[in-house]
Ligand binder design. Structure first.
Ligand code: NAD
Length: 360
């Protein structure tokens, strides 16, 4: 197939890790006979420095014309001034909006070789393999809000959770389709015992589950219970779908399960058009430029990009299998190495992934 990928390296370790994911994608293109094209564009702090805008129009246009976008990370102390006119993160929020990305997908995979780095016990975490679908463009983060001064002193602030049927339907169907391709289990998380918007989620999801996905094992869990279940029995979940705020909190909680930020990718997708793929970690300014960053989350994000934006499942699995082999063979960057273990750098880790692909 032909695909045009936009690379948005961004700041800090962004350029180091995106260039490594590009090496892997180029290898895949060559081996599987696909015509992949790459173009690099500006976002974040570097875009502010270069043209005063964290998301130049030229970047937006290139992303919209692409098959998919691979992002490194944005931000860093250089752009942290709270009085600054604009911030790198604004570029990230805007590109998600420009591309209409309403679903955020976060796989949480506990690799057996790294489980001892988890803050939880091995017997709880081992075998965890969850795919979260977080609604990304609605809910309380985008609902009406206000803050008013009260006559007797003090203030009253309001944030409003707003959802419409179509917003719930479209993400639920995406999650259900994914569950069908995985272990066939779908969990919807809400707070229907208290929130009206959650009661809408519950009605809409129950109807679609019954009418269109009766082959799935479907259940609903209250968000407060889910916060507990995630750390007591994470293995019992397959695909989880939830609203923007609950997803924000639960995915961060879940990201601690596997024990390393440097291993976790994510994807943001819409109904059609290009999706955005990125590692969940930030720009890691403390290690930027040192050649020690773990490139695996970005390489795994590239695998998600092939799966979700190009329907190249075989190629995605090839990358994921190579990453598993590299870990099983004991190769570690500093962030995932046990004390005293040999550590390799960003480029050497990618070399190992390429060697594993080559030998498969
Ligand atoms: P961070 O994720 O950048 O770093 C947290 C810790 O994890 C650091 O010690 C870092 O060295 C380490 N780390 C992260 N990724 C790693 C990797 N691939 N390999 C090895 N170690 C890794 O979070 P932070 O320090 O809170 O934020 C730094 C900057 O990144 C801030 O400006 C923040 O706003 C920004 N940020 C951006 C994104 C994004 O672009 N999506 C997400 C989170 C934070």
């Amino acid at each position: 197939m032909e695909a045009r990928f936009v690379l948005l390296s961004g700041d800090g370790i962004g350029p180091e890790i995106v260039s490594q994911a590009e090496r892997v994608l180029r290898w895949i293109g060559k081996r599987f006979g696909h015509a992949f094209e790459f173009s690099e564009h500006l976002i974040g702090g570097i875009a502010i420095d270069t043209c005063g805008d964290p998301l130049p129009q030229e970047t937006v246009d290139a992303c919209k014309a692409s098959t998919a976008v691979l992002l490194g990370a944005v931000g860093g102390p250089k752009w942290d001034d709270p009085n600054a006119k604009t911030r790198p993160e604004a570029g990230l929020l805007r590109i998600r909006k420009e591309l209409g990305l309403f679903a955020n997908l976060r796989p949480i995979t506990a690799y057996p070789e790294l489980v001892d780095a988890s803050p939880l016990k091995r017997e709880i975490v081992e075998g965890t393999d969850i795919l979260f679908f977080r609604e990304l463009t609605g809910g309380i983060y985008f609902g009406p809000y206000s803050c008013e001064d009260l006559p007797g002193g003090g203030q009253r602030a309001t944030s409003t959770e707003v959802y419409e049927t179509y917003e719930v339907e479209r993400i639920f169907r995406l999650a259900a389709e994914a569950a069908r391709k995985r272990r066939g289990k779908l969990t919807m998380v809400d707070k229907a015992n208290v929130l009206e918007a959650s009661r809408l989620w519950r009605r809409v999801c129950a109807k679609i589950a019954k009418e269109e996905y009766s082959d799935l094992e479907y259940d609903v869990v209250l968000v407060d219970s889910m916060a507990m279940h995630l750390i007591s029995r994470p293995r019992s979940f397959d695909v989880v779908v939830t609203s923007n705020m609950f997803g924000d909190i639960l995915t961060d909680e879940a990201s601690m399960l596997p024990g390393s930020l440097g291993m976790l990718p994510s994807a943001s997708i819409g109904s059609s058009g290009p999706g955005l793929y990125e590692p969940i970690h930030g720009s890691a300014p403390d290690i930027a430029g040192k050649g020690v960053a773990n490139p695996l989350a970005t390489i795994l994000a590239a695998a998600m990009m092939l799966r979700h934006s190009c329907s190249l499942e075989k190629e995605a699995v090839a990358i994921e299998t190579a990453v598993k082999k590299v870990l099983a063979d004991g190769h570690r960057t500093a962030d995932i190495a046990a004390a005293g273990a040999t550590k390799i750098g960003t480029i050497a880790m990618t070399d190992k992934v390429l060697a594993a692909l080559e030998s498969a």
